[in-house]
Design a protein. Structure first.
Length: 299
């Protein structure tokens, strides 16, 4: 009898405390719950006053229910998870993972790539290692998806930054060569390209896509392009005289020399008179020099 009276008195005290402290106890009363709904909801607690004070955060029992449903939703979706008990057995770990949306083993994760992208084959080992670590850390599928998406977004950003920097370096190199070579730029570039075309299989690809020791793209190296031109001049002395010529270059030069000699036999020809006379005479000397170098190379 005395115990019942004591409990009722505590509930009454807590109820009046909740109503007085919030000034909103009447909200619950108007909805049929009564002013002491907080005390009744905290019934059975070992510290009713503490729990009633906590319930003062809510204006009505409906708000408490909404909060409970929201917590339930978060737990179901994996936003909130129960803590893994310390010293849990293997069976308990499996059960806990199942309850919290974590696969039984790393291979059960799905690899979801960002839209429009596929995981490169060479990333297989990395992804396998990542999923193993993610499983050991009890990642949910959603956490794995977010991590993979963030990783490849950063990969894309870095690749774009490298590509932009390499294009800028290539343009700067091209501008330096234009300034240094002047009107010989096109001819020299063609000579270098001709050498690359005749290079061993794969060499051109390595030249255009490879890197020097300092990580500078080879194709963005002024010295590399100069070296190609130098090599082409040594291999093909007539390259500057008959650029792009195929077949018997010596025969081509000999034919042009013969044509100019024919003009030289006529004192009134364009070789001796007219606006192209100086140019034709310079061309004849150039051809003779190239012919001499070809013969010396052959010897």
């Amino acid at each position: 009898m005395s115990t019942q009276a004591s409990t009722g008195s505590a509930a009454s005290t807590a109820g009046s405390t909740g109503s007085a402290s919030t000034g909103a106890g009447s909200t619950g009363a108007m909805m049929g719950w009564g002013n002491d709904w907080r005390a009744r909801m905290a019934g059975g607690s070992t510290d009713i006053e503490r729990d009633v004070k906590q319930l003062e955060r809510y204006e009505s029992p409906e708000q408490v229910w909404k909060k409970a449903r929201e917590l339930e939703r978060k737990m179901s979706s994996g936003e909130l998870r129960s803590a893994l008990p310390k010293g849990a057995s293997p069976d308990e770990i499996v059960r806990w993972r199942t309850e919290n949306g974590i696969p039984a083993k790393p291979e059960d994760y799905k690899i979801t790539m960002p839209a429009g992208r596929q995981a490169p084959k060479e990333d297989d080992a990395f992804l396998k290692s990542f999923l193993k670590g993610a499983h050991e850390s009890n990642y949910t599928q959603g956490q794995v998806d977010k991590a993979i998406s963030s990783f490849y977004a950063e990969v894309d950003r870095q690749e774009q930054a490298v590509s932009t920097a390499e294009k800028a370096a290539e343009q700067a190199t091209d501008e330096k060569l234009r300034q240094e070579w002047g009107r010989d730029y096109t001819m020299n570039k063609n000579m270098a390209e001709a050498l690359l075309t005749r290079a061993p299989a794969g060499f051109r690809d390595r030249f255009m896509n490879g890197y020097l020791e300092d990580h500078t793209p080879i194709k963005a190296s002024v010295e590399a392009w100069k070296w190609l031109v130098q090599m082409e001049r040594e291999i093909n002395p007539a390259a500057t005289v008959v650029p792009g010529a195929t077949g018997d270059v010596g025969k081509t030069i000999a034919t042009e020399i013969a044509d100019l000699k024919a003009l030289m036999g006529n004192s009134n020809s364009a070789y001796w008179k007219g606006p192209k006379a100086d140019e034709m005479q310079a061309r004849y000397r150039q051809l003779l020099d190239a012919d001499s170098k070809l013969k010396a190379k052959a010897a």
